[in-house]
Design a protein around this ligand. Structure first.
Ligand code: COA
Length: 294
């Protein structure tokens, strides 16, 4: 297991894109790395772990917080015993210091063999997540919102809606300054070549809903991350509308399908995606381990 440098990220994201497959469970996507890069590429590298097999990248983990590692495995190696054993050993080892917390979780939907080994070594079912997917074979219907694919000039409006959707309070000017700095960091790095931020305006021209979409290349599933509606504009169909707009954007980028993951407890998000024509996979739990302090 290694921690990469920032310069290794674009190549790894390209490999991760090749692992995305409509027939498989949604696993860590290059768009997750793109969205995480709000913190900068060096910080993203610091949070990544690579596993190699025969000197080639075999699995990638992203520490999405100190207690959660989100994993993708090369689909050809989903059942590879030696790789799964190495990964399980690293995840179980306190000395390897992947995690710095007592209770730790792993998202490993695509890593079949690893999941079995984690269960055998005492990991329990953790938080339940639901993947939803929408085929992009046919054109996506137009929506009730006017949609802009924004550049830096629209960033503050996009960030204000995003902050309202995901935080309990509106962002003030100082917070927006910081958020804008992060947004410029994200959109200025190579991962954003596959990304796009969409802003939806209501009939009065008010910014009401946001999405970011991330392609994994033509013919592969694209990712919605994140989707949000301003707190004062909820319940008017805008969650459905921005999800449809996101799907349409991914279709124009050549994606075969649009995918999105949410905690199974987020019933509002699931309802909005279903209304936008997404179908839900069966929920899948993360793996969680409570380590005793010693
Ligand atoms: C999830 C979210 C985008 C939904 O936006 P919204 O504009 O309120 O949703 P819509 O008005 O388009 O409603 C879509 C469907 O969800 C249903 N819905 C909306 N809020 C709901 C709630 N709190 N509980 C259950 N269902 C809900 C609506 O009834 C509607 O169903 P229908 O089409 O069958 O009538 C919004 O609540 C939000 O921004 N949440 C915080 C951020 C978030 O969780 N994002 C998603 C995960 S990344």
């Amino acid at each position: 297991m290694i921690t990469p440098t920032a310069s290794e990220i674009p190549g790894a994201a390209g490999e991760l894109a090749r692992w995305q497959d409509d027939r498989l469970p949604l696993q860590l996507h290059p768009g997750d790395l793109g969205w995480y890069s709000l913190r900068g590429l060096d910080a993203t590298a610091h949070s990544l772990r690579f596993w190699l097999k025969d000197r080639a990248l075999a699995a990638i983990g992203l520490l999405d917080g100190p207690d959660l590692l989100r994993i993708a495995v090369n689909p050809k190696l989903r059942d590879d015993q030696a790789l799964a054993e190495q990964m399980a050993a690293d995840l179980n080892s306190v000395a390897r210091r992947i995690f710095t917390t007592g209770t730790v979780s792993v998202e490993a939907r695509g890593a079949r063999r690893l999941g079995l080994l984690l269960t055998e070594s005492g990991w329990q079912e953790g938080e339940s997540w639901t993947t939803l997917r929408r085929s992009l074979a046919d054109p996506v219907p137009a929506t009730s919102l006017r949609i802009d694919a924004i550049d830096a000039s629209g960033a503050r409006q996009w960030l204000a809606v995003h902050a309202s959707a995901f935080r309990s309070a509106e962002a003030d000017e100082r917070q927006l300054d910081q958020l804008e700095e992060s947004w410029l960091r994200m959109t200025g790095n190579p991962l954003y070549a596959q990304g796009q931020c969409l802003l939806g305006f209501d009939a009065h021209g008010q910014p009401a809903a946001v999405a970011a979409v991330w392609s994994a290349g033509p013919g592969a599933p694209g990712l919605l991350e994140p989707i949000g509606v301003h707190a004062q504009h909820r319940g008017r169909g805008y969650g459905t509308a921005i999800s449809l707009a996101a799907a349409a954007a991914l279709r124009s980028m050549g994606a075969s399908s649009a995918m999105v993951g949410t905690t199974s407890a987020n019933t509002a998000a699931i309802a909005a995606y279903v209304s936008a024509g997404f179908a839900a996979d069966a929920p899948v739990a993360d793996f969680t381990l409570v380590r005793s302090a010693s």
